[in-house]
Structures are given as structure tokens and as C-alpha cells.
Design a protein around this ligand. Structure first.
Ligand code: NAG
Ligand code: NAG
Ligand code: NAG
Ligand code: NAG
Length: 388
């Protein structure tokens, strides 16, 4: 029906205009003026055709990189796998944690990817404000652009000011306030994991602080992590007040004393464990309720939960070297006077550990805490100390 109505009204318009012209032809109208008007009309049509052509042509030339794959407007683009697997171009989003964690918990059931996937390591920096050792990290990352991605969680009040050439530029995620030893610390770590999970090519997830440095070259770090059969989450059963002493009996039977684990918060997990951490609604409420200061929930929640759910996937050790030998609530911070070739040699040739069930002397890929003032010293000697 509709097309008919449309065409009939068009016909009527045609009729009307023909009526008008016949009316007009009754009046005397100078032929020259008519010719002139026709010429103007013709010129107008020609010019409009030309400009249409030119604008299309110029647009194509200017926009080649953008519309390359589709000459049609976006709305008409058919759904492709590419649009589904493309990482978000902008890390800022409007999802709250509930929405973000739900979105990030999606995991494919078919394990074989139907496209070429280059698995990446997500380096997740949990920082208060700036990253004083960023230039050393820049050097570490250089030349490996396809194999890593970066995420930074800093206090919401902090305004990052990285140059657009920096690997840290635009890599800050929406953040919230964090209190040391409280659940808000675990929330921030889950937020980092969840944001990193949105990029489907991220396969391994490393949590770092602003006081961490890489001890090995990128290629060694990548090989070490990607070829490991287990994830590097510290998880041990420590007798005494700072281990089992922090267990609260009200957690039973969900978590028994024999399940209780302690570990450094600086972990590396694979994609499966990252999804498990983000998707957890079983253990979270119990830890939030019963692991309160001075329990230090960030040292117990992930190690204990993952040891119950997937013990066989954990190496039960951290990749981040730290020195607690000086005692106190915080580990030692090292300045440039401490950071000698011998110092780093001692770290890399210290106590042996197991890697894929084989003993090895390479147990640590990162170290903390390093003073910001040591940056120039480390930059000057990085190839000697770390091989990058
Ligand atoms: C996020 O938003 C949803 C929908 O408004 C709401 O149900 C949920 O409680 C919010 N979550 C948080 C953590 O604020
Ligand atoms: C804790 O112990 C209870 C009783 O022995 C048992 O039913 C429960 O499964 C245990 N919890 C875990 C996480 O093993
Ligand atoms: C880590 O500890 C768990 C027990 O919590 C154990 O099942 C697992 O085999 C250990 N991992 C390694 C690599 O030894
Ligand atoms: C670090 O590099 C500087 C400049 O090359 C050099 O003078 C200094 O001895 C080096 N420090 C160490 C600990 O090797």
C-alpha cells in the first residue's frame, strides 16, 4: 500500500506542476528570460553534481585509514568477529565494579581461538600517584609492543601527565580510594584484573607497585611466564601470629584453618585464575567480614581462595623479590648505594626454586622496593645489571 500512496502523490505533484506550467504558458513570457533560467538551472545541477563527486572523493582520500574496511556507515556494518575481539580503544568507561566484573567474567567455552592470537602479558601497576621508575620500565618494554599491555590504578585524585609517546599514556583505569591492609586493596586488584580481562589477548596478569623494577629483559620475562605450567602466586601455611594467627574461626566451614594461606600481594596469574578472582562471590563476603585489620586481607584472600579452588595451578611463590629481613610492617627500601652488580647477582643466584618441577636459580623477575632517587643510577647501568 505505502509505495502506491507515495507514487500517486508524486503523480499528483506532477499533475499540479504541469497544470501550473500550462497556466503560465498562457501569459506572455519572454523567451530569452526562460532560456536564461534554464541555463542557470542546468549550471546549478552540474555544480551540485561536481561538488558531490568532489566531496566523496576527498572524503575517501582523507579517511582511508578509518573507513578502510567498510565504505558503508557504521550502523550498516555487519557484525564481525573482529568487532567482538577488538580491545577497547579507551580505558575509561562508565561501568561500576558490579557491571565491570560481570562483563570481565566472560570466558569462551571453545578453547581453540578461530583467529591468530598473540598472547600478551598485562602489567598492572597498583600505585598511589606517579610511577617514579617509569623510564626504566619504558626501556624494558621497548621493542615488544605486541606482547604486553599496561594498566595503572592510582588514587582517583591523581592526574597522570605522561607524554603521548609514553607506554603509560592513557593507560589509567577508573579507580577508587585504597586503604592499606583493607578490602579496598583487593577491590583495586580485582578492578585491574577486570579491566585487563576486557582485552581478549591478555593471557597473563602481573601485579606490580610503583616501587618495583624488572630484573630481567623482556624476552626472558615473557618466556619465563608464558612457558610456566603454574601461576606465580605466593601461598604458604605459616604457623604463628602473622599466619595462622590471623585466621578467624567464623570462616569455617567455607575456609578451615588448614586451608588458610598467606602470600605476598604481588602475583602473576593466568587468564583462568584472573576470571576466577574477578568472578568470586563465594569467598569475598567471608573475607570482607572476618579478615579485618590486623588480618591484612590482601595477603590472604587470593592465596587462600585459589589454594582451595585450583591448588594444582599455583607455584606457591611470588616472582617479586622483597626483603623483610630488617623487620617491621614494611619491607626494606633500597637506594642507589645498595644497588650494585653484586646485589642483583645475589638476588638472581640466591636460594634455588622449582620451575615446572625442575630446580632453577632464576626465581625472581621483579624486585621491590626501590627508591625513586635510584632511577638515574639504574638507567645508567641497566644493561650491565639486567641485560636491557
Ligand atoms: C552498579 O550499578 C548497578 C545498576 O545501577 C547496581 O545494581 C549496583 O549495585 C552498582 N554496583 C556498585 C558496586 O555500585
Ligand atoms: C572444612 O571442614 C568441614 C568439616 O570437616 C568440611 O565439611 C569442609 O568441606 C571443609 N572446607 C574446605 C574448604 O575444605
Ligand atoms: C602449591 O600448593 C598446593 C597446596 O596448597 C599443592 O597442591 C601444589 O602442588 C603446590 N604447587 C607446586 C608447584 O608445588
Ligand atoms: C653505573 O654507571 C656509571 C656510569 O657509567 C658508573 O660510573 C658506575 O660505576 C656504575 N655503577 C655500578 C654500580 O656499576
Amino acid at each position: 500500500m505505502l509505495p502506491k500512496v507515495g507514487s500517486s502523490s508524486l503523480l499528483e505533484e506532477g499533475k499540479e506542476s504541469s497544470v501550473r506550467t500550462t497556466n503560465q504558458s498562457h501569459r506572455p513570457f519572454p523567451l530569452r528570460i526562460l532560456q536564461f533560467l534554464l541555463l542557470l538551472l542546468g549550471l546549478g545541477i552540474l555544480v551540485s553534481f561536481l561538488s558531490m563527486y568532489a566531496s566523496r572523493h576527498l572524503k575517501l582520500q582523507n579517511d582511508v585509514p578509518v573507513i578502510h574496511s567498510s565504505f558503508q556507515p557504521c550502523v550498516e556494518e555487519p557484525l564481525s568477529l573482529r568487532s567482538w575481539i577488538r580491545p577497547p580503544a579507551n580505558l575509561l568507561h562508565k561501568m561500576n565494579d558490579t557491571e565491570l566484573f560481570w562483563r570481565a567474567s566472560f570466558a569462551p567455552k571453545i578453547k581453540k581461538y578461530p583467529f591468530k592470537r598473540m598472547p600478551k602479558i598485562a602489567f598492572m601497576f597498583l600505585a598511589k600517584g606517579n610511577l617514579p621508575l617509569a623510564p626504566l620500565w619504558e626501556r624494558f618494554f621497548k621493542g615488544n609492543e605486541k606482547l604486553y599491555s599496561i594498566y595503572v590504578h592510582s588514587l582517583p585524585s591523581y592526574q597522570p601527565d605522561f607524554q603521548s609517546s609514553s607506554v603509560f599514556y592513557g593507560r589509567h583505569i577508573p579507580s577508587q580510594a585504597v586503604e592499606w591492609g583493607r578490602m579496598s586493596m583487593c577491590d583495586a586488584e580485582r578492578r585491574l584484573l577486570a579491566n585487563a580481562l576486557l582485552d581478549i589477548s591478555n593471557e597473563w596478569f602481573v601485579l606490580l607497585s610503583e616501587a618495583c623494577i624488572p630484573l630481567q629483559s623482556f624476552s626472558i620475562v615473557y618466556r619465563y611466564i608464558s612457558r610456566s605450567r603454574s601461576s606465580f602466586m605466593g601461598a604458604f601455611d605459616e604457623p604463628g601470629p602473622y599466619g595462622r594467627g590471623r585466621y578467624n574461626r567464623n570462616m569455617s566451614p567455607l575456609v578451615n584453618l588448614t586451608d588458610w594461606r598467606k602470600g605476598s600481594q604481588w602475583f602473576e596469574v593466568n587468564r583462568k585464575l584472573a576470571v576466577d578472582v574477578v568472578a568470586d562471590t563465594t569467598y569475598y563476603p567471608t573475607f570482607e567480614q572476618f579478615c579485618r585489620p590486623s588480618c591484612y586481607v590482601d595477603e590472604h584472600y587470593f592465596p587462600t581462595m585459589l589454594s582451595i579452588k585450583s591448588p594444582h595451578l599455583l607455584a606457591n611463590r611470588s616472582l617479586t623479590w622483597v626483603d623483610w629481613s630488617r623487620g617491621g610492617a614494611h619491607p626494606a627500601t633500597f637506594g642507589k648505594a645498595d644497588l650494585t652488580a653484586e646485589f642483583f647477582k645475589k638476588i638472581s643466584e640466591g636460594q634455588p626454586c622449582l620451575y615446572n618441577n625442575q630446580p632453577t636459580s632464576v626465581c625472581f623477575l621483579f624486585a621491590r622496593k626501590i627508591a625513586p632517587s635510584a632511577l638515574d643510577h639504574l638507567l645508567e647501568n641497566s644493561s650491565k645489571f639486567f641485560g636491557y
